[in-house]
Design a protein around this ligand. Structure first.
Ligand SMILES: Cc1cc2nc3c(=O)[nH]c(=O)nc-3n(C[C@H](O)[C@H](O)[C@H](O)COP(=O)(O)OP(=O)(O)OC[C@H]3O[C@@H](n4cnc5c(N)ncnc54)[C@H](O)[C@@H]3O)c2cc1C
Length: 509
């Protein structure tokens, strides 16, 4: 069942098992059960530390991973954890066996303090790149705290359940049977939602930094590495390490690497940053920045960090269309991530709003899964690259409507259709459908700097050739700036530039 390359990777990982494992398995006679049966048997055949026993679970097929002779870990997979969830499976095997996770001791302590019972269930699709973060965080929580259990539910194997629970975006997490959270999360943000907060006195007491980077995407990671290599005190605050790259499928233009995938590149970025003496503060959001004796960065959690210089690299996020129904039906049919949520709309009609490269790529991907895709573009023609347009127009289940101003997304408890106005005739039209994917570009994450540094009319931070902003000592890099092009390699370059600029500033002041 496993491809040879994956099998040899798994072989290497299984050598790292700390204790013997028992996989408890419940299967039926259906196709997915056969796949699960094949998978667990293949894993067990690769290590004499793993045995299989029958299990008892509410869903068929399911299997749990447990340490031999210990209480059950609570880590359960319902369906086949391959695709993007393969890493979740490998990590679960290692962590349940007793291998310590690469997680801050303070966070582990926070998990141990949680009071149960907390039974989590996460609905995923195997093509979702945001799902493994959530699955891995909750699996880790189950391993660390016996009052916590977690079941990953592979949506396509349990379609009726997905429909009955109205899951329209993944990952969708339920806690003790009630809807808990949707969409991408980190371990820290899950803990925060559970009411377990970080001790901000430790943050307030931190010695001032020489360079404090705000944002952990390619620009921030590169800025932090360049600063740390100068031997100066460097910190990095990020709401979500990896930034947009976490949401990227294939990357083919990262020079020296012919092909990689977002999460893999993010793992490499993090590993590279961790190689240096950089204080990484993840899952923390900057709220404001003020110049006093030093720069003071206020965080949403109430803490304040001090630094001699600051590099802002807060990147960008999906732009909303701002029509009635968009906010109301978010995760109820309105989606922004085709790779994550596309499979949920299998066999249904959807629309993609936006005819640029990301919109047309989304439409092409979705056309392979859903029944029909309607592309709505505001301008008289699509803006996507010719090669993408050619691919799109070769597909039988796509309709392209240009000159269309989206006016409303409507429904009752979930999306039932979209309305648009033909900009030539001013006539309103309705398309009945189940999902709307919005792909109309990005906005810079710079609102929190209102009144602090000069920004363009689009909100982009204005920088000079050294990455310096209008305030001496504040530098900026990447997609949050007015750089002409927004790409990974460009962000990394500008992160390096801003870092060298900050170092020069420190020497001269
Ligand atoms: C779907 C998709 C596909 C793409 N494909 C490619 C591709 O194939 N090749 C390519 O070169 N480029 C691609 N790009 C573009 C590329 O991902 C971006 O140009 C690049 O990630 C920008 O890096 P950045 O570090 O400037 O910002 P981001 O990647 O946006 O990172 C911003 C960071 O700042 C953090 N942050 C935001 N606000 C705050 C705050 N208030 N406080 C603290 N932290 C904050 C975020 O959590 C994140 O860590 C793609 C983008 C998308 C969305």
């Amino acid at each position: 069942m496993l491809e040879q390359e994956i099998k040899s990777q798994l072989n290497e990982y299984l050598k790292l098992l700390e204790n013997d494992l028992v996989l408890k398995v419940q299967i039926g006679s259906d196709k997915v059960s056969q796949e699960v049966d094949e998978l667990v048997n293949e894993i067990a055949s690769m290590s004499d530390r793993i045995t299989i026993e029958p299990g008892d679970f509410p869903r068929t097929p399911s299997f749990s991973i447990n340490q031999k002779g210990s209480e059950d870990s609570g880590v359960v997979f319902a369906g086949v954890p391959l695709g993007h969830e393969f890493t979740s499976l490998v990590l679960a095997l290692l962590q349940v066996s007793g291998r310590p996770p690469k997680t801050d001791e303070k966070v582990i302590e926070q998990i141990k303090q949680l009071e149960g019972p907390l039974h989590f269930e996460t609905y995923v699709s195997l093509s979702c790149q945001n799902c493994p973060d959530v699955v891995q965080a909750l699996n880790l929580m189950s391993v660390v705290n016996p009052a916590i259990t977690h079941t990953m539910v592979e949506g396509s194997a349990f379609k009726e359940e997905v429909e009955s629970k109205d899951v329209m975006a993944v990952p969708a997490v339920f806690l003790n049977g009630e809807s808990f959270i949707n969409g991408r999360q980190t371990l820290e943000s899950i803990l925060e939602t559970l009411g377990s907060t970080v001790d901000i006195s430790e943050l307030n007491d931190k010695e001032a930094f020489d360079v404090l980077v705000v944002g952990g995407g390619p620009a921030g990671a590169s800025a932090a590495i360049y600063a740390a290599r100068k031997g100066i005190r460097t910190g990095i605050v990020a709401e979500r390490f990896g930034g947009q790259v976490q949401d990227t499928m294939g990357i083919e233009n990262f020079i020296t690497t012919k092909y990689t995938e977002g999460p893999k590149l993010v793992a490499n970025l993090e590993e590279h940053v961790r190689d240096y003496d950089v204080d990484i503060m993840n899952s923390m959001r900057a709220k404001s920045l003020a110049k006093k004796d030093l720069f003071e960065l206020e965080l949403e959690n109430g803490a304040t960090l001090k630094s001699k210089t600051v590099i802002v690299s807060t990147g960008a996020r999906w732009r909303n269309i701002g029509v009635p129904g968009e906010a109301e039906f978010k995760n109820k049919g309105v989606a922004y991530c085709p790779h994550c949520d596309g499979p949920i709309f299998e066999g249904k009609d959807v629309a993609v709003v936006g005819g640029g490269n990301s919109g047309i790529e989304a439409a092409i991907d979705l056309a392979g899964i859903v029944k029909h895709v309607t592309v709505l573009e505001f301008l008289p023609e699509l803006k996507a690259d010719k090669v993408l347009q050619e691919r799109l127009f070769s597909l039988p289940n796509v309709t392209v409507i240009t000159n269309a101003r989206t006016s409303e997304i409507y429904g009752s408890d979930k999306v039932e259709g979209i309305r648009y106005v033909d900009r030539e005739t001013e006539e309103e039209h309705t398309v009945e459908l189940a999902g709307v994917f919005i792909q109309i570009g990005l906005v810079p994450n710079t609102e929190w700097l209102e009144g602090t540094v000069d920004r363009s009319k689009f909100g982009e931070i204005l920088v000079d050739k050294r990455g310096a902003t209008s305030v001496p000592g504040i530098f900026a890099a990447g997609d949050c700036t007015d750089s002409a092009y927004k790409q990974i390699i460009i962000s990394m370059g500008s992160g390096a530039t801003a870092s060298l600029g900050a170092f020069d500033h420190l020497i001269r002041n």
